[in-house]
Ligand binder design. Structure first.
Ligand SMILES: [Fe+2]
Ligand SMILES: [Fe+2]
Length: 190
């Protein structure tokens, strides 16, 4: 998995994000073509960032003794389940509906959205690994403390990997999607 470019990427190249220079991030929200879809897209991404970071913070608090097991146990499974389902549903609508429509707008869009599609596969693998390590952690709740600590360490490592991949992907996707919506108009991907 580590040879996937997303794991080491520091951004997407200009030839794929060919509209990025014309539509700089600072001007997105004040552009005349900025509409509900772009706003919703950015809002969903911000929600995913917030949910992922909140989970990481709760796990860090628990591992550092700032949160007791009962409090961690109470919120961990529902919050994780919400985050993973939200992420999975978002990727599914992108893969099935939006990405093919962006690719149909201009042949130069094809490679960039194929890259984002490949990101989704890697993120899905990381998501499954994270969910599996979360299940191992949940199984230790109420049991031996050493087992619990080891399981929490393993879970934190897998969750950190998922979050790092997701943060890179969200930022890169925005630089393809939002300039395309501003350039072609939101109706073009209905
Ligand atoms: Fe995506
Ligand atoms: Fe997205």
């Amino acid at each position: 998995m580590s040879d996937h470019p997303l794991a080491t990427r520091s951004g997407i190249p200009d030839e794929l994000a060919y509209l990025r220079a014309t539509y700089a991030r600072e001007g997105w929200r004040t552009h005349a073509n900025y509409g509900q879809l772009a706003d919703f897209w950015l809002h969903v991404h911000d929600s995913l960032r917030g949910e992922g970071k909140a989970l990481a913070q709760a796990t860090a608090d628990y591992r550092e003794g700032q949160m007791d097991l009962a409090a961690y146990h109470r919120q961990f499974a529902p919050n994780l389940s919400h985050f993973l389902q939200h992420l999975n549903a978002h990727h599914q609508i992108e893969d099935r509906h939006y990405f093919p429509r962006f690719q149909a707008l201009d042949p130069r869009m094809v490679a960039g959205f194929a890259l984002l599609d490949r990101d989704h596969h890697l993120i899905h693998e990381a998501l499954v690994a994270s969910a599996e390590s979360a299940n191992r952690l949940i199984a230790t709740f109420g049991g031996d403390n050493d087992d619990g600590r080891r399981a929490a360490d393993d879970y934190a490592a897998s969750a950190d990997r998922l979050l790092a991949l997701l943060m890179r992907h969200l930022a890169d996707e925005e630089e393809l999607v939002i300039p395309a919506l501003l350039h072609h108009g939101e109706r073009s991907v209905d």
